[in-house]
Ligand binder design. Structure first.
Ligand SMILES: Cc1cc2nc3c(=O)[nH]c(=O)nc-3n(C[C@H](O)[C@H](O)[C@H](O)COP(=O)(O)O)c2cc1C
Length: 245
């Protein structure tokens, strides 16, 4: 196994950090690796906000479904899907600009998340742990106001970084579902009940499978944070045109 394969398989989310600061050189390298990621048409349809103000981080730790570990991170990056900046530039050239449609948003989210993942792997190479914070998509009004996000700029991913505590280093990386349930040749597989059971039963561990599914439903799909995220993302979606013009 080569070094990169090993790192990709070993890198896991880290949610507790030592007090060691990340040096400016390493911060710059993580950011440079993020910006080196591929992007559609090399347009880099994202803007990265390096959040260094502790008061903003403190507020985000609350708006992001109350996750206090965020305040212990030594670096916090927000990867925004930016459907605004090219249009702004086109407008300066007097071009006939229309509001971005949902197609551009999907492209920009893809660019932003690929850049985010480059930063995760770059950090890992420096011995720095990280964790995505999906809940950045909640409380859209507050997040937009705190970070001055204009229309057509969507917070696609937030990642927090820091050197892992010994306990976090020892924590076992969660298992993935069997690879044959994820990879299918030439066509989408028939995901019948047996297939789904095979895919997910290991996650249930020694719990009753159906009871475990009910628990997952309550904790994820039907949880209050998910309702808030749906509301919040819909607020963002209202900024975009849903029809191509
Ligand atoms: C889009 C996305 C959003 C996530 N949001 C959170 C989050 O808000 N809080 C958290 O503690 N972990 C979050 N995670 C981390 C996942 O829980 C983690 O990746 C998953 O459990 C697998 O564990 P591993 O990364 O340690 O292998 C997120 C991961 C992704 C990719």
């Amino acid at each position: 196994m080569n070094t990169i394969s090993r790192m990709l398989k070993q890198t896991k989310s880290i949610r507790d950090y030592t007090d060691t600061e990340i040096t400016p050189e390493i911060r710059a390298d993580i950011l440079a690796c993020a910006c080196a990621a591929p992007s559609g048409g090399n347009q880099q349809a994202y803007t990265i906000i390096d959040i260094t103000d502790p008061s903003i981080i403190e507020k985000l730790s609350v708006t992001c479904d109350n996750q206090p570990f965020i305040t212990k991170a030594r670096m916090v990056l927000l990867f925004c899907a930016d459907c605004r900046k090219w249009n702004q530039a086109y407008a300066t050239a007097g071009l006939p600009v229309t509001d971005p449609c949902i197609t551009e948003l999907i492209g920009a989210v893809t660019d932003a998340v690929i850049a985010a993942q480059n930063s995760v792997i770059a950090a890992s190479g420096h011995g720095i742990g990280s964790c995505y914070i999906g809940d950045i998509k909640e409380n859209c009004e507050t997040v937009r106001q705190l970070l001055k996000l204009p229309d057509h700029v969507f917070p696609a991913a937030m990642v927090v970084y820091g050197y892992p505590t010994e306990k976090q280093k020892e924590r076992k990386k969660p298992e993935r579902v069997p690879m044959e349930c994820i990879v299918s040749e030439n066509r989408y597989p028939d995901m019948d009940e047996a297939y789904l059971h095979h895919m997910f039963v290991q996650k249930a561990g020694n719990r009753n499978y159906t009871e475990w599914l009910k628990m997952m439903f309550d904790h994820k799909a039907n949880a209050p944070f998910m309702k808030e995220m749906r509301r919040s993302v819909l607020q963002y979606m209202k900024q975009y045109d849903w029809e191509d013009k």
